[in-house]
Structures are given as C-alpha cells and as structure tokens.
Design a protein around this ligand. Structure first.
Ligand SMILES: [Zn+2]
Length: 731
C-alpha cells in the first residue's frame, strides 16, 4: 500500500516539476529500508511543504485534495464506519450527508473498493486525496492506536475474551496466547508509537473495568489513545512484555524487574520493565532507553552563553569534583554526558560508573552498578582507579563511602563528575557534610556545584503571545532587575497535533552554577550552612535557578508557570533568611565538628597544637609519605612519586606532627602510611594535608603538622584507641 503511494507520488512530483527524477530517486532510496512514507519523509526533512505535495497529487489525478490536519472530522462519520473497514482500505471518513460518505485516501479508489463501500456500507463515496501520513495519523487519532489490530484479535477469537479480573484460569494459555502474532504485533505497535511520540515511559495500569495506557512525554503523562476494547486482552499483553523481559509470567504476587531489547526501524530500544501487583492485576511500567550512541553537546543543554563559558572552564580542570544536583528526572545525567563528550579525546581515558547505564557513549568505558554481586558505586570506583583513568563519572553519590572515595580520587589528580540529590547548588555542600564528609575535604576537593531543573519548551508550531498577570511580571522584573515590567512579553503554546495538544514540545534545562572560591571555601570550614554559602555565591554573581528560568521566559522558550513549578520563590530573595530561625537548627553534631575543625586547621586559626579535639600522644612511629600535589610553589627538594620515610613526634586521631629534613609546603597533600603495628597491613593509610611547617629549636629539622584528610572511620577509631591505651598505660 505504502509503496504504491510512494510510486504515484514520485511520478506526480516529477511531472509537476516539484522535484527532479534524480532527487526523487535519492529520497526514495533513503527510505527504502524504513517504513516511513515518502510524503512524511519529505515534509519532516523540510524538503517540500505539504501543500506542494497536495498540489502535485491534484494535478496528477485530477482530484480535489484536502489537508486532513486542518479540516474538521465529523465524529458521527467515524462512528458509522467500522474500524476494520477504514483500516483495510486505508481511508479516513470525514463526513456523512445525504447518503454520501466523504472520505480522504492517499490514492484514487479502484472500482472494487468503490463497490465495497456502496454495497457493504450503503453510501456513495466522495473522495478527496490526502497525504498518506495524514490518513494514517487520523485513523490512529480517531479510532485509537492499533484499533484495527485490536479489532482483528477480538473478531478472531471472540469466545476467548479475557477480562482483567477473572482470567486466572487462563494462565496456562497465556504463554501460547501471548506469543500469538497479533498480540506481539500489538505490543510492538504500542512501544513503537511511544518511541515515535518521544515518550520515556509507558504506564499500563489495570482498574476494575478498564485498563489505562499512558505515555510519559516531556515529563508529563498523556493518554496513549488505545481502543477501550484492549482491556479484553490485557493479560496476554502483559505476558507478552514479561516474556520479552525474561520475567515469570506465572508469578503475579510479587514485583518483578527485567529488561528487553527491541528493534525498531530507526533504532534499537532498551526497555526496563517493572511490575507491581495490585488487586486489579499487575501494573507495569516500561522505561524506554535509546541504545544508539548519544552525542550530547554542552551548547544544546539550554545553558546561556555565559554559563557555557563557565562550564567549559570548569571541565578542563586537571582535578577536582564537579557535582550536578537536582531531584530525580531533572536531567543531571544528560548534563554529565555532555560534559564528558566535551572532554572526550584520544589523550584522555574516561570511565563511568552508572546505575543504570542510560546511554552508550563512544570511547568511554561504562560500568553498570550491580549491588547483587557487590559492585556498588564505591566498589566500582575503587577498581576503576587501577585502570588509570583521567576522568571519572560516578552516577550518584548516596553515601559517605562513595563520597569519600570520589573526593580522594579528585585529590589524587583526577577530574570527577557526579550527582547529588539536593534542591539547590549550595545545599550540595550541606548534603555532603550531613553524610559526614569532613568539611575540609569538601572545601579542598570540589570545584563546583551545578543545580538544574527541566522546563518544557513551548511548541513552536502553536506558540502565541498571551497575557501575563501583573504580579508575575513584577516578580520577573524584580528578579532580573528590569525597570519596566509592562514591557515583559510572555508566550504559550495553544496546543496542536505536533505537541499532543499540550502546547509543549521537548524540554530544556535551567541552571544555577556555584563556583568555589576562597570565600566559599572558608565559609565551608567556618559555617557550612547552605543559606550563608548561597548568599556569598550570589554576591559573587551566581544566577539562581529561578532567574535563569525567567531569562528563558523572556526569550519565549518556556512559560512562567513552568519556571514556577520547578523553582521556589525563596531562591531569588535570600537577603533576610540568614537571620531567620534556621540559625538555631545547627545540630549538636555539627557544632562539635566545627570545634574540631577550627582546632585542627592550624593554618587558619593558629591555635595551639595541643588544643585539639582528639587526645594526642608523643610517640615515635614510622611514617612513609609522598607528595601528591603541591598547591603553592613547587618545591624541588620534595619529589612527588618517590616515597620518603620519617618519624612522628606526636600523633592523634585527627593528625600528626612529623619531623623532616626538608620542609613541605603548607597546603600540600601527601599520601601517607603510618605504622601502627608490626605489619604493613596494620598501617593507617590516608591522604593528609600539611597545615604548618616550622624549623625546630636546633634549626636542623622541620616540624611538620599534618591533618588526615580521607581517613576511614575505622582507622580513626583505631588511632584514637591506640592513643587512649598508651596514655592509660603510661599513667
Ligand atoms: Zn503545538
């Protein structure tokens, strides 16, 4: 059918001189292996306007044409003409009047079809020509997706109708039934349609007397428009999908998870299927992940030019952690992929640890987390380091262990990208500290926190200026410091076929980028509170989420409602908040930690070495160390890479005092092994930062004060016990 249409259309287009034979041959060749029709291809690629195609058809066949997307379809006509009839002959009923049935088809009707309509339906056909793609779309829209298939299955086996509830006795039949070609076809059709509509998920929910099929598109659920009769074979449909995903079709009482790969003409799709039992039957969600290699670009994320520049500067850092923050579904992974793409080159080895691996990337080693076999983020990260990567992406930091390894990795000269679940950029800092990451680790390793949200983009086809409440205009003007709020223009989509009548097509991200600087680093050490840090960042020029959103409203990209949905008002007015109640919310724990911190940070506070949170002990222990990175001037006497040995003068669980022949620059990070017992295995290994360097009384040696950076809590406890035991013994 389709190919006949293409042949006719090719001739018509050449005859009307819309395209040359050579051009036509080229286009026909490129759709050869797909099931896309020629008209759809030409219009989608912008090669011809639909009107040009219609005129060519009109000339060729001498029949009137109609643009089905623009005319009114009479629902009564649709109700009169059975679905199988319309689908079989591929025509769309438009109107019935005085025994005349007006229809649209993509080719002239042959005598036989005209007779069929007259005899079987009792109407005289009145034909208009229309584009093939429009006829098929209208059939889907008015009869429901795959209505012909549903009808076929129903008529083929009317006695075996299955209802949602009372069909348990059909279980044994299910496997056979769900392998039925027509059910398989129907399932494929549902998945393909979802993919074509850009859906990320398919939701199948059985209720008492119906089944709901919905697609999630641009973050919102919309009805999949399946015929209601589909409820009669929901069981075989679910079973078919479960078989595809390797799930047990007999087991319906417990939730199940699986995955399947399906091929469409355009690309292979990776499906993640999960089921949960409900009293009305199993509810299923299918996540659709495209498996084709994705090429995300920084410039396409929705960053404004200024932010693209900030991002580019950030991701060429040789080491440090960059956190992208936001709730689930805020597009964090896409941003990270775009960053990786930007730095991906032959000179750099990139490894990712993800859960799940959402998109395949070229020249990147991607690891899928699998806690069942002990491959957690933390475990993966540890083994990844042995593969000598330059850049590492950790899907998410959820616990202290992962956070500490990520930070350690950054401190040892790697660039680490990861995500955190927080509302804004500044809360990323407090989130890490709540996880019990030491504030000095946060301040010394992290380069930036980037918060983001997704907003829907207004559909370009039905976009129009709309009025906007004064209050909103005022708020926008205030946040962006615009002097004349009256002049703010706001747009919205009216809703059309292209956007499923939602007024939106696609999504874009809004950003808030908190760059580390000295002021923020000291704030983290002194007063790690999100509001305080946010205020410093804003003074420093950080644009908050809502401000970035308003910019996109002014550009006509999105609507004020979208921005207000995903950002909070407080975002943009922080001035008085620091004085409010949350000052006193500071927990006992963080107060203690602050004390410990100030006491330990000898560089800053110049506190007496003995005034520390942990008890200390004068003890000579062997310590091996090597320099990792020297923040200040390079000192030639200390070579990195090579291990040095020396002795401690004094130790505690927070740090140590060593003796050295050569000075080590203050601020340097060293990798160290402190011999706490006889064997090497019992040594305390961690990174430490040099916080003070002094010549000893004789002037021959240097006293070097270090504090431990990423010491594990177990080692910290061991050290603490060691000091306590020895102190008690000597008393
Ligand atoms: Zn639209």
């Amino acid at each position: 059918m389709i190919k006949i249409f293409d042949k006719n259309l090719s001739k018509a287009l050449v005859e009307s001189k819309a395209l040359s034979q050579i051009e036509i041959d080229k286009h026909v060749k490129s759709i050869e292996s797909t099931d896309e029709s020629l008209d759809s291809y030409l219009v989608r690629r912008g090669i011809l306007e639909k009107q040009q195609i219609l005129s060519a058809m009109e000339m060729k066949f001498g029949l009137k044409t109609v643009d089905l997307q623009r005319i009114k379809i009479d629902q009564a006509a649709v109700n009169q003409i059975p679905v199988k009839f319309a689908w079989y002959y591929k025509f769309m009923p438009i109107q019935i009047k005085d025994k005349i049935l007006t229809i649209a088809a993509s080719a002239p009707l042959d005598i036989k079809t005209q007779d069929e309509i007259r005899v079987n339906l009792g109407y005289k056909p009145n034909l208009y020509l229309a584009c093939e793609m429009d006829v098929l779309d209208s059939l889907k829209k008015y009869y429901g997706l795959a209505a012909d298939m549903v009808d076929q299955i129903l008529t083929k086996q009317p006695s075996k109708k299955l209802s949602v509830r009372d069909a348990d006795r059909w279980v044994e039949d299910l496997e056979e039934k769900s392998s039925d070609a027509s059910i398989a076809k129907l399932v494929n059709q549902i998945i393909l349609e979802a993919y074509r509509k850009r859906a990320t998920d398919i939701h199948i929910e059985p209720y008492r007397n119906k089944v709901r099929f919905r697609y999630r598109i641009d973050g919102e659920l919309i009805d999949a428009n399946l015929p209601t009769d589909v409820k009669h074979f929901i069981l075989p449909i679910l079973s078919r999908i479960k078989i595809m995903a390797n799930l047990s079709i007999v087991e319906k009482r417990i939730p199940q998870d699986g995955s399947a790969v399906v091929k469409t003409q355009e690309q292979t799709l990776d499906l993640r299927v999960s089921t949960i039992p409900t009293p009305q039957g199993e509810s299923m969600v299918i996540r659709i992940l495209p498996t084709k290699v994705m090429n995300f670009r920084l410039g396409e994320l929705g960053l404004d030019p200024k932010n693209v520049k900030i991002f580019r500067n950030l991701i060429v850092q040789p080491h440090g952690v960059i956190f992208v923050t936001g709730p689930t579904g805020s597009g964090k992974t896409t941003t990270l992929y775009a960053c990786l793409n930007e730095v991906n080159s032959i000179q750099r080895k990139i490894i990712t640890i993800e859960d799940p691996v959402e998109y395949e990337m070229e020249n990147v080693t991607q690891i899928q987390v699998n806690p069942k076999v002990g491959l957690t983020f933390a475990a993966g990260l540890r083994s990844v380091l042995r593969h000598d990567p330059d850049i590492i992406m950790v899907g998410e930091v959820r616990d202290l262990e992962t956070a500490e390894i990520a930070i350690r990795t950054a401190l040892t000269g790697h660039l680490v990208f990861s995500t955190l679940h927080t509302n804004d950029a500044a809360s990323g800092i407090t989130r890490l500290i709540e996880m019990n990451v030491e504030p000095y680790l946060v301040s010394s390793s992290i380069e930036a926190f980037v918060a983001q949200r997704l907003v829907r983009v207004i559909c370009s086809k039905c976009k129009a200026e709309v009025s906007c409440p004064e209050k909103v205009k005022k708020e926008i003007a205030q946040d962006l410091q615009i002097s004349n709020p009256e002049e703010i223009k706001v747009f919205q989509g009216r809703g059309c076929d292209r956007c499923n009548n939602t007024g939106f097509y696609g999504r874009t991200a809004i950003y808030e980028i908190l760059l580390m600087n000295d002021k923020i680093r000291s704030a983290i050490l002194e007063e790690p509170r999100a509001d305080v840090i946010k205020k410093i960042a804003i003074e420093n020029g950080m644009q908050v989420l809502r401000q970035d959103g308003w910019q996109k409203v002014l550009q006509g990209v999105t609507t004020p409602a979208e921005v207000m949905n995903v950002t909070s008002r407080e975002d943009s007015k922080l001035d008085d908040r620091s004085k409010e109640a949350n000052v006193s919310v500071e927990s006992e724990k963080s107060r203690n930690r602050k004390y410990e911190l100030i006491a330990e940070d000898a560089v800053k506070e110049k506190k007496d070495f003995n005034a520390r949170a942990y008890p200390r002990l004068d003890e000579e222990l062997r310590i091996d160390y090597r320099l990792f990175q020297s923040e200040s001037r390079v000192l030639s006497s200390v070579k990195s890479e090579s291990w040095q040995s020396t002795q401690t003068k004094n130790i505690g669980a927070g740090g140590a005092l060593l003796e050295s022949d050569v000075p080590i620059p203050i601020g340097s990070v060293i990798e160290m092994k402190l011999a706490l017992g006889e064997t090497d295995a019992s040594a305390v290994e961690c990174l430490a930062r040099v916080s003070r360097v002094e010549k000893d009384a004789k002037g021959t040696h240097y006293n070097i004060v270090i504090y431990f950076l990423d010491i594990s809590s177990a080692d910290r406890a061991r050290l603490s016990n060691h000091v306590k035991t020895k102190t008690n013994l000597s008393e």
